[in-house]
Design a protein around this ligand. Sequence first.
Ligand SMILES: *Cc1c(COP(=O)(O)O)cnc(C)c1O
Length: 851
Amino acid sequence: MQNAILKVAKPLPPAIERLSELAINLWFSWNPDALQLFAQMDPAKWAQTGHNPVRLLYDLDDATLEALSNNTDFLVQYRQVISKFDAYLNDPTWFQDKHGDRGYVQVAYFSAEFGFHESLPIYSGGLGILAGDHAKSASDLGIPLVGVGLLYKKGYFTQKIDASGGQHSELYDYDFAKLPIAPVLHEGAHRTVSIDMPGRAITLQIWQVQVGRNRIYLLDADHEANNPADKELTAQLYGGNQDTRIAQEIVLGIGGVKALRALGIYPNVYHINEGHAAFLTLERLKELLHLGLPFHVAVETVRSATVFTTHTPVPAGHDTFSIGMVEHYLGPLFHELSRHKQAIIALGLDHHTGQFNMTHLAMNTAGLRNGVSKLHGQVSREMFKEFHGHIDANEVPIGSITNGVHLDTWTAPEWKELLDRFLPGTWREEQGNKHQWQQVEVIPDESIWKVHQQLKDDLVRFARQNIMEQRKRNGESEERIAEVRQYLNPKALTIGFARRFATYKRANMIFNDLYRLKKLISDPDRPVQFIFAGKAHPADYPGQELIREIYRISQMKEFIGKVVMLENYDMNMARYLVQGVDVWLNNPRRPLEASGTSGQKAAMNGVLNFSVLDGWWEEGYNGMNGWAIGSTGTADWAVQEKENTQSIYHILEKEIIPLYYNQGNLPHQWINRMKRSIQSLSPVYNTHRMVQDYTEETYLPTADRARLFVANHYEIATKVADYKQFIRNNWYQVKIIGIDDRSAKLSTEVPLSEIKPSTKEVSAQVHFGPIWPQDTAVEIIYYEDNGEKWEQRIIAMEPTGELVEHIQSYKAAIPGHLIHGPHFSIRVRPISTNFAHSFELSLVTSTLSWQ
Ligand SMILES: *Cc1c(COP(=O)(O)O)cnc(C)c1O
């Protein structure tokens, strides 16, 4: 593995030489004093470069750099930042401390997008930001993790809004030499790997991003050896058509594994962050088949080392390709592995649609899978129930790890200063410690409001600037440009809404009753204003219509200066918004927002969430830390829309506005709620907690299983694979042949002392054929009304007596009122200590089924 320190190639004066390291380590992006250091080198250029320190260093002339290297004030700050940077890189970490004996763990995190900072535009929205925040916390915590992604020459599009609200997407060619990335070099040349595509090979260049302690490797196809069309493969994130998409996913998955090998990296955990990256399992399968492993052993080996996170219940979010397309693009792979072609296709086949589905591929090749909030876990278990035969949705082996955000990235420096003053010194390291967050209580209301008001002022300035630029570019009149200076009142209750303009997020919902909204907004004593921002995918016309509609409303007389639509939502704007508004509005169709993270960013800055009980908010809301829109139902969309609309206006009129304006000098009750919000949400919805959960619930067990499976020449992998085959082939012989639930038995078989009037004994006989009873679990399943819903209960049955003629008897004590048939059933399922979860073999024999 390459571990040389990365540097910007431009020579710098010796006294400030290490800026060349700092500029290329994304650590700068979550350290305000590092950002400040760069900004003050030349504030205007800093803004011009889009906060890109590498470009800044290139753009500054030698005289300026020389002057800075002789500027005592600058040098003092420089040294402070560098010593903090060194301490960060060398301090002991949570992982060393807690899991120091697991030095063998090596995680590879594959994602089609990473959002680290606005200066590296390889993200489109929540998925990318999550990946970036994940990598940052992994570094903070010392998790041995490398990332794998794509480097898009033109990034994601830049959004311009025209004078009638139309969205225009612009693309720029980024100069890779001036991004905060570095080529991976090998003997002086740019390191490449080659992947096979139909009829040709494609050369991919490997780049690296330093994120604190960890590296992210990015692949790019813009290499001279490639034909012009192939050079464009990695031009744009989510650009092009289905062909581009599948080719990009091959580059990411297959090219990504090859890149790791070229760098000598052999992870024992492969984390597929959304189905896009699932082809990585096919490259690993190929490697193992080439080693001579039988197909079923190779699949078990791959599965033992794979973790999959699914991110959306929206069907369009799951990539599917026709089988013909897969056969074409994976042609070279199938050529090499022709015997296994059908078996490989079967790994991704969706039987209902006849399509190859990347989520299916990931589900079938990952030992552990999870959704991104408790509710999304539940929704995913319903969605993918059929992967595991006839079992209750709650048993489907898909867990959930609720998303979080990187606290240091998203919390305003002003807030961090307050926390530094009033919380124990360990608050950053121990973000999950609820106890220390209680100390927010003692921060004086004045201090909180001062910080909040300042951030709001900053936002208002930023928003006006954004709109002025729109208007100037659109050639609007001087008058129209000048009036923007009066837009947005820094003292008014300010509500923010910013996210991708996917239709299910219903950006225009607040406008459903314009008359009622007008009344709300126009109260001179209690003004309310809204700030909107968000990009619609260039192919999403309904999404672009929403932008146009909001823009049109923002131009209506009653709403001028009170409803604004900003252009080009990115991480920079996101920070202003989530730090500067009073309320963060989120009203998706439930349950389509798998988690959502912008509200978590807002919460950390004392901004109150006003959201549908979807995604993370369903578990985060406690009645005191924000507001819940509508109910927890998942009614018909039209009904939901009506109910949610009513609920939004009602809560605004009756709760939010009165609470905000119930103030003398300071809105104490509002601030009290801000405190409740920070105390309850900051310790939970941060990526430290999230990455710790991933580590302990998925990475560690997966690394251990992966090592176990390959040890001793794939001994356990072979055992598991053969075992599964044997069980599958013989399961048809497993039959439950006799059940006795007469309570009369009780008196004869249970000692009197153990008789509880409410229990009785059930016995059953199971015929196993050649299968060992010890390789199965025999269980009683029944349902109990817990007041809200029918909840599944499971009681394990114990074997009694000897195995006779392949038949084994079992018994268990059950609640006395249950009667077999109408009330309970018995089931048998195969088990193994080497399974990652209870239903790795979706074979269940049951006496009846409620499904
Ligand atoms: C946080 C963030 C998102 C994701 O927000 P959601 O609430 O999940 O929609 C999208 N885009 C940007 C720029 C962000 O910072």
